[in-house]
Design a protein around this ligand. Sequence first.
Ligand code: GSH
Length: 216
Amino acid sequence: MTRPILHGYFRSSTSIRTRMALNLKGIEYDQVTHHLRKGEQKDEAYLKVNPQGLVPALVWTDGQVIPQSMAIMEFLDEVVPQPPLLPADAGGRARVRSLTQMICCDIHPLNNMRVLKAIGTRFGADDEATAAWFRYWVAETFRPLEQMLAHSDQTGRFCHGDEITMADLALVSQIINNRRFDVPMAAYPTLQRIADACLEVPAIERALPQHQPDAE
Ligand SMILES: N[C@@H](CCC(=O)N[C@@H](CS)C(=O)NCC(=O)O)C(=O)O
């Protein structure tokens, strides 16, 4: 049977969360890596796969191309239901999707490489200002996220109870990404505790940047 192919980059947070989902589901896959700093995501051959020129994109076993990490996680959860990445009840699913989107929709797009590049080249931000921008947008979401997770009895070992959900995958990959800009974590003890618990799970650990074929 054809194996799925993941187009990604070792330290892209969207690729990290997608790899975590694939590993948790026990899906074996091949990787095609695109060096984002060298601009390989804009190569003609890759634009034929994903015209957006962003990673990740998953080429499923039937040849369907699925870009967008949240769509990929949802897709994997439907085609390989165990272990689930969403809770069984509608309220729980809504909570997990909200937490996931806080990170994937409200932090990541503002801190993506092309945005960081643009604030430098088009708006004159130097390295220090760029790092301050990155940290500012993380804090804008991590502050309320910490409150929401610390004060909810639905929070358990992980973001939602004691089973890993897609919210955890979004959280860990963001925290890994934060290290590049030395985001202080002292104000977010609950987020750190959950991330530490996630990193004890081998399927999650295996998805980390340093274990990937293109790791530098
Ligand atoms: N919303 C998309 C975002 C994808 C995205 O922006 N990926 C980044 C890497 S984390 C990328 O390809 N950046 C290339 C660039 O900025 O040129 C997703 O969740 O998959």
